[in-house]
Design a protein around this ligand. Structure first.
Ligand code: HPA
Length: 291
């Protein structure tokens, strides 16, 4: 054992990998499910759980090695079932760095999904809009991101079986999936912006000076999730698509104090459109299975 207290990283890759395998084995033992589509039901996609034919719901609490939920969190569940006939595995509830989880804990479920056979990951989130052309309650398809979290789920020894030491990030958000999302938006007459998601650790909202800085360096929206999951998904070569619900307007020269009820209302307003786009994409990429 290395007892040098200055050794930077105590992360044990073999243990972590075994934990992911054990979690996946538990899920498999509960329900024999073959889904290549995974969903992270963040803000704006909660309703999708009701649209699913859920065959098995497994509480995160019952999955070995899953992070324990914090008090402020609803109980998280892994939902195994179908959406419009297409087999999907959905995460109802996600983990955030601001809750105190490590990047490895935040992304543990993504490792499990990939181990279970998921190849495509569809994600939603909430974020503040910094682009003056974007309005509260509108949707933005993420085309790229900037990681300002100061953390990365891939630090420490690399697990070569999962992916490369230096993963490529030239196109983290799959071009074909983005086209499908745009087609769905067009078909349903939904306004869908495109832009760059800038990730911070939170939990506080940003100062005016920070919004000004984040806008200048190329961010269209700022939020506290998604980037760790996408980094890990790309490490394992999963295709990713992510859509943001713009829940508040972060214009530094006209900044209003955040109103949580307003944020919730904006998320609720956007939900039907985001659900429609996501269901459409699932139908396009999935192979419906007749029960
Ligand atoms: N900043 C960071 N994260 C957020 C915001 C914001 O303004 N709105 C929703 N999530």
């Amino acid at each position: 054992m290395n007892t040098n207290s200055q050794h930077a990283d105590t992360f044990d890759p073999e243990t972590y990998r075994e934990q992911v395998e054990e979690a996946a084995a538990h899920v498999r033992s509960e329900h024999d499910h073959k889904a290549t589509v995974g969903l992270i039901l963040g803000t704006g996609l909660g309703q999708l759980a009701d649209d699913m034919d859920v065959e098995q719901a497994i509480s995160y609490h019952d999955i070995p090695h899953f992070p324990e939920a914090t008090v402020e969190q609803h109980e998280g569940k892994l939902l195994l079932g179908r959406l419009d006939g297409v087999p999907v595995t959905a995460m109802q509830g996600r983990f955030h760095l601001y809750e105190g989880y490590s990047p490895k804990q935040v992304t543990f479920p993504v490792r499990v999904l990939a181990t279970l056979g998921v190849e495509t990951l569809l994600i939603s989130n909430a974020a503040g809009g910094m682009n003056p052309h974007h309005e509260k309650g509108e949707l933005m398809l993420i085309t790229d991101h900037i990681n300002l979290q100061g953390r990365n789920p891939l630090t420490g020894p690399n697990i070569d079986e999962w992916g490369p030491r230096f993963p490529d990030m030239s196109e983290p958000y799959d071009v074909e999936l983005r086209e499908l999302a745009e087609e769905q938006a067009l078909e349903h007459g939904i306004k869908l912006h495109e832009g760059v998601y800038l990730a911070v650790i939170g939990p506080n909202m940003e100062t005016k000076a920070e919004y000004r800085f984040m806008r200048r360096i190329g961010g269209d929206v700022v939020g506290m999730s998604t980037v760790p999951e996408v980094i890990v998904a790309r490490h394992m070569d999963l295709r990713c698509m992510a859509i943001t619900v713009i829940t508040d307007e972060c214009f530094p020269d006209a900044l209003e104090p955040i109103d949580v009820e307003d944020v919730m209302a904006a998320a609720a307003d956007a939900q039907p459109d985001l659900t429609r786009i996501t269901r459409g994409v699932v139908r396009e990429i999935g192979e419906p299975v007749v029960a």
